[in-house]
Design a protein around this ligand. Sequence first.
Ligand code: DC
Length: 226
Amino acid sequence: MRKIIIAIDGWSSCGKSTMARQLASKLNYIFIDSGAMYRAITLFFNRNGIDLDKTDDVKKALTQINLEFVFNDENGNTEICLNHENVETLIRNFDVASKVSEVASNSLVREFAVAQQQKIGVSKGIVMDGRDIGTTVFPNAELKIFVTADIKTRVLRRHKELILKNPEITMDEVQQNLEARDYMDSNRDISPLRQAADAKLLDNTNLTPTEQLEMVLGWATAKING
Ligand code: DC
């Protein structure tokens, strides 16, 4: 059966990664969460106090970063390692979330991440989610999906997730972080978040995860067989 590339982009906290992971598992494809790469780079920068305004420091830091995805047999997830340390949980913390959009708007960081993403995709059979996958990383992807949901729904979903780790976090804080990231992601100079002209729009505000998965699985199967 022919293998395709599926590019999934959209706003923060739309459930892109969960959907992409489930879709990849149904198709027996590799799942890559490109946001995890930007988050792991941000974690490295935070830990090492890298100043984004110092180009030489950024360049040097990037040469010290090794990113790889490992399969966790226990939960069936693909998880990210930063220099051989599994940081899948750490990168979801608020200190990373509040800095990641700034780090992701740096041109050297993007070049570094995009080159690795394109390398992972050469054999196809991949579902990758992010912000610029259909526009920049894989402009020739056979299936592109742009995911959206209304802001209230996204805040509720992300708050439910974050409160487990930080019981103090308020809806307002979550909303501010989401809006700030959406703004930076869609207004940066390089590869801003955009719906590719040939992407299918998926608004999942009123869809259950099962309904959503059925819909995208239908699109994918049609492309694979088409
Ligand atoms: O999908 P996420 O929330 O884990 O992504 C974290 C940040 O990384 C997000 O604010 C924007 C950035 N990002 C990006 O610029 N390009 C991508 N392909 C993926 C994520």
